[in-house]
Ligand binder design. Structure first.
Ligand code: MEV
Length: 313
């Protein structure tokens, strides 16, 4: 049996903007999906998906998941016309929009196939295969989710708009930063939300360019502030990034309420993370005590899943 893992992720700066070639910053989280692949007598593939989920997540993603698994198998160079495989997913990464659960499943599957069929692929190739899988979830993925899911850590990422390999850099900070990730409990369709932003961008390019140009300055400043461990500045920039995402219409009532709740209980910065219109939000806090205050407040608000972690080291 082959086994593989894929990390969950949290986008700190740059969801949606990253699709259009602007830089983004994202961090791996320690929760992961584990995939197992074993050979079976039946032709094709069968799946037992035991990942924990917020209610409805797996059902909503089921059709896309089928396309995604087919893409991964094909990109890995496995031909199932005269053999079969049994795929199992488990692990502690919750299936919920915003954690990178779809990318983590693609990465873990690519790794499990690599092990079972002794393909000898390195992490760059695993990342490439997982990117094909991500296309099952939405047609124009930036590739940031599968990259963070493959490599973990803190990543500065720029998509190549010509379809070439992305530019990404693993960053290390001198200390870790406290991060809280919380789910609205609402499953968002990345395809639909990315498409909605694209349509608005095409209808009013000037409107989009003004927001994107502010974001471009903001993300470079965020990178510098992170490297200086200037948490107050990082927080302020996250708050502004949230406003820019509100202008792109990817926040929603629940996300805005959660962001307010987190800020009122001590978060220095708080914003949407990932697709938006549901999914998750994140908060940065100065210490463990404040992090606990924020996560308690978000649980009290009604978030079905709140996760405290750190990033940067
Ligand atoms: C989804 O986690 C992040 C988006 O920017 C889409 C992408 O980067 O492919 C919304």
């Amino acid at each position: 049996m082959g086994e593989g893992i894929g990390f969950g992720k949290s986008i700190l700066f740059g969801e949606h903007f990253v699709v259009y070639g602007l830089p983004a910053l994202a961090a791996g989280i320690s929760s992961k999906t584990v995939a197992y692949v074993s050979r079976s007598k039946d032709l094709g593939w069968r799946l037992d998906d035991r990942r924990p989920e917020v209610p409805g997540y797996k059902a909503k993603k089921r059709d896309e998941q089928v396309v995604s698994i087919n893409n991964v198998i094909q990109a890995a160079g496995i031909d199932l016309s005269d053999m079969g495989i049994f795929i199992e997913y488990e692990g502690d990464l919750v299936g919920a929009s915003g954690f990178g659960a779809s990318a983590a499943s693609c990465v873990s599957l690519a790794r499990a196939l690599n092990e079972e069929f002794r393909l000898g692929y390195d992490d760059d190739k695993i990342n490439e295969i997982a990117f094909e899988g991500e296309k099952g979830y939405h047609g124009t993925p930036s590739g940031i989710d599968n990259t963070v899911s493959t490599f973990g850590g803190l990543i500065w990422y720029i998509r190549d708009l010509e379809g070439g390999p992305p530019t990404f850099e693993k960053m290390k900070l001198e200390d870790s930063i406290h991060l809280t990730v919380a789910s609205t409990g609402l499953t968002a369709s990345t395809t639909e939300v990315v498409m909605a932003v694209r349509t608005m961008k095409e209808e009013d390019p000037k409107w989009f360019d003004e927001i994107a140009s502010e974001y471009h300055e903001l993300v470079h400043e965020a990178r510098d502030a992170l490297l200086r461990l200037d948490i107050d500045r990082v927080g302020a920039l996250m708050n502004r990034n949230h406003e820019l995402l509100q202008e792109l219409t990817v926040s929603c009532k629940e996300l805005d309420e959660m962001v307010e709740t987190a800020r009122n209980s001590g978060a220095i910065g708080s914003k949407v993370t990932g697709t938006g219109r549901g999914g998750n939000m994140i908060s940065v806090t100065p210490d463990t005590k404040t992090q606990k205050q924020v996560s308690d407040a978000l649980e009290e608000w009604g978030s079905p899943f709140v996760y405290n972690t750190t990033f940067g080291l």
